[in-house]
Design a protein around this ligand. Structure first.
Ligand SMILES: Nc1ncnc2c1ncn2[C@@H]1O[C@H](COP(=O)(O)OP(=O)(O)O)[C@@H](O)[C@H]1O
Ligand SMILES: [Mg+2]
Length: 221
């Protein structure tokens, strides 16, 4: 993947790679800042057109679809937890969580929203606005929002950044549960403790990704 810079220069953010993500598994990709994590995740999640290559999702070729179709496909099949704080400031927690379902036109999600609020420990905060939440609560809201449409794939960009260990373990546990319910979960991070939640580990350095191989599904807390 190359980014075009001003003046016609380009930089290579990712070297050519082949990556297969499996349903029901947590893949953790470790890499320091600037190694290409967000670039890779955005490409996998259908948010950034790669300068070459393709992303296949079952029988679908993500970037062969017209933008509108890809966007509809994404909202039904892909849950994305962006880096940093996210959430619409003018919407309450519950409304933020429900938003992707209403954008995707998925009806009758109230029960699922209730279950996700419960599972993420956010029931008491469902009427709060994002600015009233702690960092951990904000991430939990982002996870519930990413899971509302029961996506087949979930991508989380540094989901435990800036969180204390208790909150971080909680977040990773939730992502692991989503995998146990059948999603292909991919987490990019620079925090080593995420390894305890991984079924497969990759390392990315300067745009090159290497599989480490690990079959542990044991939780170490
Ligand atoms: N939109 C962009 N335009 C140009 N260069 C970019 C852009 N986004 C990222 N890069 C560059 O690509 C490399 C990888 O960035 P990124 O994927 O954000 O890494 P990470 O998420 O691991 O910190 C960095 O050198 C970064 O400066
Ligand atoms: Mg990043």
């Amino acid at each position: 993947m190359q980014y075009q810079k001003r003046g016609g220069r380009s930089i290579t953010a990712l070297q050519p790679l082949h990556l297969e993500l499996e349903s029901g598994k947590v893949a953790v990709i470790f890499g320091r800042s600037g190694s290409g994590k967000t670039t890779l995740l955005s490409i996998l999640a259908g948010l950034l057109h790669p300068s070459e290559g393709s992303v296949r999702f079952g029988t679908h070729d993500l970037y062969a679809m017209p933008d509108k179709e890809r966007s509809a496909f994404r909202s039904r099949n892909i849950g994305y937890i962006p880096q940093g704080q996210s959430g619409l400031a003018v919407l309450r927690v519950r409304e933020n969580i429900l938003l992707p379902a209403s954008l995707a036109g998925i009806p009758d999600v109230a029960e699922r929203a209730g279950a996700l609020l419960e599972q993420t420990g956010m029931t008491a905060l469902q009427e709060a606005f994002p600015h009233e939440l702690s960092g951990g609560e904000m991430r939990r809201m982002a996870i519930a929002r990413a899971l509302i449409c029961k996506p087949a794939a979930v991508f989380a960009d540094e989901p435990t950044n800036d969180l204390d260990e208790t909150n971080a373990q909680q977040i990773l546990s939730m992502l692991q549960s989503a995998a146990r319910e059948g999603a292909a979960v991919t987490i990019v991070t620079h925090e080593p403790f995420a390894a305890a939640y991984a079924d497969v580990i990759y390392r990315i350095d300067n745009g090159t990704i290497i599989k480490e191989g690990c079959t542990s599904s044991v939780q170490i807390i």
